[in-house]
Design a protein around this ligand. Structure first.
Ligand code: EPU
Length: 417
């Protein structure tokens, strides 16, 4: 497997272009299953997770074509209602085909995603909602088998504002009979982006971006041409990197409106942030102050930025406390950061980080995407050489991360296996 080798100690300087959001692209590409003509999606990142959903959509009978930055999907020939284990196990977000399959083919057989490195990640809320809308569900041989000759709108209350759960419900409800009201819906920008796409297809969805979403079912949808929103987590990762290396980076093509919680924390840390025409400029301060962080559903601080922010706190002045409230096991990076010299103690879902003057390079590895990103950030400031192994995880969610950092002046390269 490829490795990334970094010589730490160079401040990042210059401009970086932020790509399309992985977690918006996945549900939006899946939503093409709801129509039977050519959809065109622009600003689609070329990532392993996106390739996984493309393979799954092809397997289901859709025609998928990829051009530079663009994906075209035609699901007129949708015939297969089964998402097999081999495709789902590679990417949990494959569960996003469940809603569209049930809505369009009236049935689905989807392999249950297992737990993953960051937690058990059940899908009980997705399933309960579909059942309440009239689907009959059975769990057999590791698969969820759904039959729904008629899906009816329903008032739903989600126990937890699950992101992909809200997205699956939207894609089922948009073609259901009558009105669905989703209470305690996820408010993430990726949910709003999906709702926006479904509305362009002819759906009638209001309230996306708030915790109450109303969907008035329609009988059919038409194909669309639309662009994927910028990736707020890729942008956040570069913002933290700029503050961490005491650099000066202009992030282009990102949306400042999606960065409220992170910008607030970075300002408290001492970074300078300027929202400019077409981007966000982040300059590192002379010292890095310690601040406490608690991950929360949007618009709270994103769990997908927790590992990266912990690297910043590992070299801050003083003690900080980071609480992870979304996933039960999302501190995989801690033991690797300790190997680089970070002083971190974990108790339950809380990490106490005592800032150290410097980290020092070492070989490291992580089994989760954002944890891997945090190790690259640590490598950017660690003295000496850091080798990040199993880059596979990074490639699931960051497009050419090492090339982007190299263009900003980092001494970083990929060693191909
Ligand atoms: N949950 C349940 N039951 C369910 C669904 C979720 O108990 O039926 C729990 C989960 O176990 C978790 C919490 O609810 O404790 C929130 O999980 P959520 O369902 O919101 O997460 P997700 O939809 O599986 C998406 C992103 C993740 C991101 C989370 C939280 C996609 C494809 N994935 O996952 O992204 O961390 O929301 O914001 O949108 C990543 O990109 O690295 C990543 C992991």
């Amino acid at each position: 497997m490829d490795r990334i080798v970094i010589e730490g100690g160079r401040p990042l300087k210059g401009e970086v272009r932020i790509g399309g959001a992985k977690n918006a692209a996945l549900p939006i590409l899946a939503s093409a299953l709801l129509t039977d003509g050519w959809n065109t999606f622009d600003n689609v990142p070329n990532l392993m997770d996106v390739q996984s959903i493309e393979r799954l959509l092809s397997h289901l009978g859709a025609v998928v074509e990829r051009g530079p930055g663009e994906v075209r999907i035609n699901a007129a020939g949708l015939k297969n209602s089964e998402a097999p284990y081999d495709l789902v196990r590679k990417m949990r977000a494959s569960i996003l085909v469940l809603g569209p399959l049930v809505a369009r083919l009236k049935k689905a057989r989807v392999s249950l995603p297992g737990g993953c490195a960051i937690g058990a990640r059940p899908i009980n809320i997705h399933l309960k909602a579909l059942e309440e809308m009239g689907a009959t569900l059975e769990l057999k041989g590791g698969y969820v088998e759904a039959a729904a000759p008629r899906l009816r709108g329903k008032e739903l209350f989600l126990d937890v504002p699950t992101v992909t759960g809200t997205e699956n419900i939207l894609m089922a409800a948009v073609l259901a009979e009558g009105r669905t009201i989703i209470r305690n819906a996820a408010r993430e920008p990726e949910v709003s982006a999906l709702a926006d796409t479904l509305n362009r297809m002819g759906g009638r969805i209001t309230g996306a971006g708030t915790s109450v979403i109303t969907v008035d079912g329609v009988s059919s949808l038409s194909p669309v041409s639309t662009a994927i929103i910028p990736d707020r987590i890729e942008a956040g990762t570069f913002m933290v990197a700029a503050a961490l290396t005491r650099g000066d980076v202009l992030l282009k093509g990102c949306d400042p409106a999606h960065q409220g919680a992170l910008m607030d924390k970075l300002l408290m840390v001492g970074a300078k942030i300027q929202v400019e025409e077409g981007g966000i400029r982040v300059r590192g301060g002379d010292t890095i102050a310690s601040v406490d962080v608690k991950t929360l559903p949007y618009p709270g601080f994103p769990t997908d930025m927790q590992a990266q922010f912990m690297v910043l706190m590992s070299v801050a002045k003083g003690l900080s406390v980071i609480s992870e409230t979304i996933f039960e096991n999302r501190f995989i990076h801690v033991s690797e950061l300790r190997r680089l010299g970070a002083d971190i103690i974990v108790s339950g879902n809380t990490a106490a980080i005592k800032g150290v003057p410097a980290l020092s390079g070492a070989p490291v590895m992580a089994t989760d995407l954002r944890a891997s990103a945090s190790l690259v950030l640590a490598g950017l400031i660690a003295k000496g050489t850091t080798v990040v192994n199993r880059v596979y995880h990074l490639d699931r969610g960051y497009e050419k991360m090492e090339e982007k950092f190299a263009r900003l002046g980092a001494a970083i390269k990929r060693i191909r296996d």
